[in-house]
Design a protein around this ligand. Sequence first.
Ligand code: SF4
Ligand SMILES: [Zn+2]
Length: 358
Amino acid sequence: MSKPSPEVYEDGRGMDAHNSVMRDIRGLKEKHYDPHEPTRVWLDEDNTPSGVYDSLTIILNTGGCRWARAGGCTMCGYVAESVEGGTVEHSALMDQIQACLDHEADNADEPADLIKIYTSGSFLDEREVPAETRQAIAETFGDRERIVLESLPDFVDHGKITDFTEQGLDVDIAVGLETATDKIRHDCVNKYFDFSDFEDACATAKEAGAGVKAYLLMKPPFLSEREARDDMLASVRRCADVEGCHTVSMNPCNVQQFTMVNELFREGGYRPPWLWSVADVLEQTADIDAIVISDPVGHGSDRGAHNCGECDDKVQKAIKDFDLRQDPSVFEQVDCDCKRTWELVIDEETSYAMPLAR
Ligand code: SF4
Ligand SMILES: [Zn+2]
């Protein structure tokens, strides 16, 4: 097999089998999106190394991730939300930023100290966000405290980061590492880079005065519940050991449209992780010297991390409490009969006969 890279576009190169299936699945999408509107924007609060901040989260609608266009990751439905034709020009991207500022002005008492920008790809890839736009965005948010910018490791670069640090902003680069285990990242997630690339990106960010927030994916397809849980236990620790990586956001896989995970789910071959697994990893890694958080999307539903249906909200609330306080005792207060079922699944489920329970 040839060495995978984000430049892979043609058949016959790269992670061909996964990419070819992913291209077929994504070819089914029909929705079209307006390049002048952000994909999503919302207000929240977040735990950062400098404290808990009110935050404005922006999902910019760019041309989409270039790896996704080659086929992309098995669980990622974001590219189905991207704009046709591959690129969005400067003025349209700035219209999106203005729409986000308007949303904030209409819904918040005061401007958020923390801005988080995701693009369903890489904010630092100049094919998605041109240098001119990046610099204009740095100026727009120069009066805030902190900014999070999403990027694959390839595009993490000293000069791009200093556009933001020169504004006096604390900068965090959000990297979708998914797992510290190369084999799982390559074979289950179909993501092309190695852990060593992540370590290099952390070193570059640190040199430029920024920190790194690693995003991990709990339970990509083809892993049993125990394999998924154990991979996260090891991955959280390995990420926290990398200098410059101060936060680990460990998120359970959810079933998104136009993905390989969705095809497996429809055929009965995939169950998102139990919320007990998420709680277990957070509890068991609470001793490490990094912020560890999780934000289970679609919790309690068949397509998101879930338990039995009775206890999902309680466990989700404990996870959200943990995110802000980092206190593992929040999990002592939640229990349910289904925890016994989860324990059985952890002990007995095998990757050739799963899911053992839904
Ligand atoms: S998860 Fe990230 S790298 Fe993978 S296809 Fe989606 S946007 Fe691209
Ligand atoms: Zn339960």
